[in-house]
Design a protein around this ligand. Structure first.
Ligand SMILES: Cc1cc2nc3c(=O)[nH]c(=O)nc-3n(C[C@H](O)[C@H](O)[C@H](O)COP(=O)(O)O)c2cc1C
Length: 399
């Protein structure tokens, strides 16, 4: 999706998340950018130099005193259009804040005139430590962009803020700093995206839900925002980080989602309905927790049909551009396509994204594989890869 190839330095420091830098380098190279990886010695304890050379298709230099004739401790930084440090350790962050220049990465950072993006990753204690927080605010005050770490699973059993965000987000936020580096073919467009899965309460502690993690919808929001759109994300119980630069509207139930979507989509240029919305909800929600010693051996729950948001949206005709529906089916091949076509015949949206789901595919995964049909049931695209790749392919269609 790139329109101008950039010269990018990817600095890698010595944290567990160094393996995710491989994917960052790969995404940038795939977009046509020239990437030079500058790892610290500690980073090479986690990922080897050959891996970085293979994914960047360029030699990797580590030592300050290699290739001295090319004065690379100065030349690398001066020639870069963008410098991204991913992951950034507490140690390297402290060095940058103090202006220390004791390796090729830190000298490069001192000589770089291009925008610098730092993606910290570390244990929560290291991240929350007053020294790290002070160093991070120093970097921010100097105009360096800090990509806030996610709150989630860390190494081992630990969990909390400090986790490196997904490579797609890092790439998108970093490239967004360079005008013209990403395709802006949705510039100024208003797009509403739904993500996640609705919860229909049985009582104050239990609900009927589904396995949708929201990752595909979030990928749509990130991709559309990176392409210049104003994005509203109606997020139903999503699992994971929600992107910056996107307006978030949190909902829990199908009815809440329907209300938000039907109101907020008026005049939008496109609506992407990636959320898994419950077809039914319990007729009654118990005000108190249901107790099995009171209920006995069997519990019958009466359900009532929820409003069909996608069909209502199509009928209302208040969206200015395409409406994209989703069909997640436990089938494959011709049967999957046939089920998708049946759904399209009922919903009559502009495009329907069909994907297979099952115990280990679709929901919650980082990747997806979809077929897209138009209103006539014709296959207009097939896409497989990361959820961001899939999102970009579908956005290409609506563009
Ligand atoms: C197994 C292991 C994992 C580590 N993970 C991290 C980490 O995620 N974040 C961090 O700030 N430091 C981490 N460290 C500590 C750094 O490797 C250490 O501070 C090192 O000096 C960093 O060097 P650099 O900043 O030059 O790459 C880890 C150390 C070990 C042994």
């Amino acid at each position: 999706m790139s329109s101008r190839p950039l010269s990018i330095i990817v600095g890698v420091t010595g944290g567990i998340a160094a393996y995710k830098a491989i994917h960052v380098v790969r995404l940038l190279t795939l977009q046509g950018h020239e990437v030079t990886v500058v790892p610290t010695r500690a980073a090479l304890e986690f990922v080897g130099r050959p891996t970085f050379e293979a994914v960047s298709h360029r030699p990797v230099r580590v030592d300050l005193f290699d290739n001295v004739d090319r004065v690379q401790h100065v030349s690398l930084g001066k020639a870069a259009d963008l410098v991204v440090v991913v992951p950034a350790t507490a140690n390297t962050i402290a060095k940058i804040a103090a202006g220390i220049a004791d390796n090729l990465l830190t000298t490069t950072l001192l000589t770089a005139t291009a925008p610098i993006v730092i993606a910290p990753a570390m244990h929560t204690e290291m991240w929350r430590n007053a020294a790290t927080q002070h160093n991070v605010s120093t970097l921010r005050s100097r105009g360096i962009t800090i990509i806030e770490p996610d709150d989630g699973q860390l190494t081992g059993d630990d969990s909390g803020p400090g986790r490196l965000p997904e490579p797609e987000r890092i790439v998108s936020e970093a490239l967004a700093l360079i005008p013209g580096s990403e395709s802006r073919d949705l510039d100024g467009r208003r797009i509403l995206v739904t993500a996640g899965g609705t919860h229909e309460a049985l009582d104050p502690v239990r609900y009927i839900g589904n396995n949708s993690s929201g990752k595909q919808g979030i990928a749509f929001a990130v991709a559309a925002a990176a392409r210049g759109a104003h994005v509203t994300l109606v997020a139903a119980n999503v699992d994971g980080p929600v992107p910056g630069g996107v307006e978030i509207v949190s909902v829990v139930t199908a009815e809440e989602l329907a209300n938000e979507v039907l109101t907020r989509s008026r005049g939008c240029d496109a609506v992407v309905m990636a959320a898994a919305v419950a077809d039914y909800r319990p007729v009654e929600k118990s005000a108190r927790k249901l107790k099995k010693d009171v209920i006995g051996d069997g519990l019958t729950v009466k359900l009532v049909k929820n409003r069909d948001v996608l069909a209502s949206l199509v009928l209302e005709k208040s969206v200015a551009g395409p409406i994209i529906g989703f069909a997640a089916e436990t089938a494959d091949g011709d049967e999957l396509l046939a089920l998708g076509r049946e759904k399209m015949a009922r919903k009559k949206c502009d495009f329907l994204v069909i994907n297979a789901v099952g115990d280990s595919i679709g929901f919650g995964e980082q990747t997806n594989s979809v077929v897209v049909i138009d209103r006539a049931g014709e296959v207009v695209a097939e896409a497989a890869g990361t959820k961001r790749d899939v999102a970009d392919r579908v956005l290409d269609l609506i563009v």
